[in-house]
Design a protein around this ligand. Sequence first.
Ligand SMILES: *Cc1c(COP(=O)(O)O)cnc(C)c1O
Length: 725
Amino acid sequence: MGTGSEKKYGGLDGFRIIAAILVIANHTSPLLSYDAFADFTLTRIVSRVTVPFFFMCTGYFFLQQIGTDKDKNFDRLLKFLYKVGKLYMLSILLYLPINVYAGYFTNQFSVMTMVKDILFNGTLYHLWYFPGVMLGVCICYFLHTRLSAIGAFLIALLLYGIGLLGDSYYAFAQMNPYIESFYQAMFSLFDFTRNGIFFAPVFIMLGGLIATYGKHDQTKRMSYTVGFVFFFAMMVTEGLLVHAFHLSRHDSMYLLSIPCMYFLFQLLLSMRIRSRRYLRNLGMYVYILHPMCIVIIRAMGKATGLTSLVVENSLVHFLLVTVLSFVVSVFAIILVKKIKKESSRAPDYSERAWAEINVAHLQHNVREIRRVLPKGCDIMAVVKAQAYGHGGWQIARYLQKLGIGHFAVATLEEGIELRKKGVRGEILVLGHTHESHIRQIARYRLTQTVVDAEHAKKLNDCKVKIHVHIKIDTGMGRLGESYHNIEEIASLYRYRNLYVCGTFTHLNAADSLEEPDVIYTKNQISRFQKVIEQLRAKGIDPQKLHVQSSYGVFNYSELNYDYARIGIALYGMLSSEGDKVKTHMELRPVLSLKARVVQVKQVEKGASVGYGRAYTADRDGKIAIISIGYADGMPRLLSHASASCLIKGKRVPIIGSVCMDQLIVDISDLDDAVQGDIATLIGVDQAECISAEELASQCSTITNELVSRLGERVKKVYRSDSIVL
Ligand SMILES: *Cc1c(COP(=O)(O)O)cnc(C)c1O
């Protein structure tokens, strides 16, 4: 499911609420005080669409994830069973007091009945749904992964047929003594055939089939509506006939509920209403909690002496239970969310070294940069080198959500990765790409930088049409056709196979406010401007223009081109500590770098520590081994730079030489550090902070290099709980 398709389940989400209310009706008989027949029709026939609907939702979302990878499929099954099983266990515990009160453990209790209840019947009347859906999903998983879709559906249908004979059509089973005894044997195992074996599979399969083959066609909405209304009416008729002829043993399963549910489900999907996740949860909570609310209303009726109104008037009873169930459910949802948030606040990462990426800060930085950019100038997000160590496609995907539609990478492979991970919009490859890779440029709809006249000719000669931006060298002395060669530059726009969509240059001293550098930069800008004017004079449209990178915006924010290619500022860093800039932006660092204390030990005065005996303890003390080293991006240059890291909110010095996989810190001044503690190399720990700028300056480099060289072993953990979209 891509993000685009996430939007269309609002019909299903909305119906979950209706279904939940119908389930409450089913268990409270709202019309009983007024008209027994109407109540029967509502609670024994009409409301029978609810459970099949829930099964179909499960089938629809679960079976569409089942693909060809056997291990993955099995993992998904286990994950599903774990999730539902957990919910089931919690529900059993929740209702245990009611079981006790109702005499579950005193009246004819045996371990056998309890096992049967847990496996089939549910320990309270509504809880059968959980074992039902788990069993049903297991059966469907088995059928789906072994048989054709039709074969699997036919078997599920057969099971449903067997179930029908034990439910609404039991009278037919009773006609033959052998068949009847077969059912009697089954009923010693479970109370009803409306369970995970005979009831659930057909609807789960039906949901899965719709997911696989159904085209959610809005134009067919009318026929779905007609189909639903027709079969719904037929199903009600069927139910009334079954009732009139006393055919049933129980009244959960009808023959015509299958076509009825098919049309209902297609109708709900064809509505293409935006998904509403909170409704999804709300329906489930109401389902689980409403029997509790029935008990509460009854107890309150007793306590206040209002039983005749709040319980005996069936409609009032139903309404009170419904309102209470929704209120309790909303509170429960809020409570669960809070608990989850609390537990995610103190994350227990078992990784040895990881980078925490704060996406809310990324969002903040985008806002801040947009604030200072002139109107009409867009951010082109530079996400090369894994977005400066922050995770290339992950960052690009977040930025895409924030409305950014232009990206820049350094290499072809980086561009391809973004496309494969679903990044849309323009992706400009800033570096040189050899013409032999031109098919990939075209195939992944990347935009290639033309670095000079020769490059352009070679690309054009491949006879594959691609998009390009032309790069002008205005004084950096790196890639780009020199600004002198105006005739050569002009010729780049005339190639048949190169669609030129932009022209740009790069400034190489925009970070400096020293006067000679400022003059140099302004000169570069006017060289670029002159090239553009000369092109226009020749009738050539240079298309979109871009000049500045982060420091170009910091110091020359008045320039108004189409894009600014922003890298380091997006990630909330300056290149060097204490850089002076003209335009202030309040940027927040996106990345924190953490590792773990994996060992704590005593050292005696005079003991040497680390390779080359680089450190000698000058007193009795304690050291901690931290699981991060130069292969993870902590430069070896830090070894004698009086660098430090943070443990328990305190600075502790890094001692000895940084190793490939570990480094060592002196924790003699900490009294409570233990194995498993978190060491912060970049970031905030309580009141202390080590910025990337500080660490970079200690190893004589800039933050750009430090973060883009984080090793592959450093896990990235994205924290997006506070993102506001
Ligand atoms: C890396 C790069 C940028 C981004 O630079 P920052 O200083 O990180 O904003 C912009 N343009 C080009 C050509 C680059 O190579």
